[in-house]
Design a protein around this ligand. Structure first.
Ligand code: AMP
Ligand code: FE
Ligand code: FE
Ligand code: ZN
Length: 289
């Protein structure tokens, strides 16, 4: 496998703006040797991405970013190389996507009482079967000229303080870590120390998750605070957790650029070695282990 490796990216199967094919082309153009595609709560883009990764001569690590929740905190769990047909995982992700859909309809109905926004406007921003999130509502608000950018929507209308927001169902992180391992995958907590209030998980809980099979922490990520990175680097060292880095690329949906943070090939190789749920797609088309 070739580096550099970017282990967290999104396609239009969730809230990225590029199709899996376009994402693989962008990854090759950005000079990546290895990319993980990690759409929210869905593995639906894996086949398309794999086919294009092979054409582009790059390695695809199929993955997913599982939505979880600890008390009021939204916690994202990257899940690499799971078995996409694992029954519990299939059921749980379907449940999350369904709840996301109902929740988005509720948010849109509330916004619709104050702004000229309809559910059809939001659907027009999604692709068939995509995991629906606030970014799609943001895109509809941009298309209607109500706000200028996704970020403006997130800082305003879509912010929880402004009364339109609603949460969606998500399992707790401990359940999710166990589920990912049971599906043969490798669980890594995405952006563990984002800015704001008290968003980091309690330190003792990292130990609980590690005992349950947590593999690593995504420390090199632009949304982690600098002070927070110091804390989670120490926690990772103490618990023997791997450290990863990635862009969390969303196409034009976020300023994050492919390859702006990367993961060492030593860690990538450990992920591939430990996973039993599925295999990376390597350029030759041969299953790589
Ligand atoms: P949701 O999961 O539906 O609550 O929406 C959260 C998603 O929106 C995350 O996965 C982020 O990728 C995305 N997001 C959060 N803040 C922003 C922002 N300021 N601009 C663009 N996308 C954002
Ligand atoms: Fe996202
Ligand atoms: Fe995330
Ligand atoms: Zn992400």
């Amino acid at each position: 496998m070739q580096g550099p490796a970017d282990l967290h990216t999104h396609s239009s199967v969730s809230d990225g703006t590029e199709t899996p094919t376009q994402l693989m082309r962008a990854a090759a153009a950005a000079g990546l040797g290895t990319i993980a595609m990690t759409d929210h709560d869905s593995t639906a883009g894996w086949a398309e991405a794999g086919a294009e990764a092979q054409r582009q001569g790059i390695t695809l690590i199929p993955g997913m970013e599982l939505s979880t929740k600890y008390e009021w905190r939204s916690v994202h769990l990257l899940a690499y190389l799971v078995d996409p047909l694992n029954g519990d995982l299939v059921k749980e992700t379907a449940k999350i996507r369904e709840s996301r859909l109902r929740r988005a309809e509720g948010i849109v109905a509330r916004i619709g009482s104050d702004y000229p926004l309809s559910w059809a406007d939001v659907l027009a921003q999604t692709t068939e079967g995509a995991t629906v999130g606030r970014p799609h509502i943001a895109d509809a608000l941009v298309a209607l000229g109500i706000v200028r950018t996704r970020s403006e929507a997130f800082d305003g209308i879509l912010h929880p303080r402004n009364g339109y927001y609603a949460p969606h169902y998500a399992p707790d992180p401990l359940t999710a870590v166990k589920m990912v391992r049971a599906a043969g995958g490798i669980p890594v907590i995405a952006h563990p120390v984002p800015a704001g209030r008290d968003r980091m998980l309690p330190e003792a809980y990292f130990k609980t998750l590690t005992d349950a099979g947590l593999f690593g922490l995504e420390i090199d990520h632009r949304e982690n605070t600098e002070e927070g990175k110091v804390v989670v680097r120490r926690i990772a060292a103490e618990l023997g957790l791997a450290v990863t880095g990635s862009s969390d690329y969303h196409g034009t949906g976020k300023p994050n650029r492919l390859g702006e943070n990367t993961t060492s090939m030593e860690v990538v190789e450990r992920i591939v070695r430990e996973a039993t749920g599925s295999s990376p797609i390597v350029p030759s088309g041969v299953v790589g282990r």
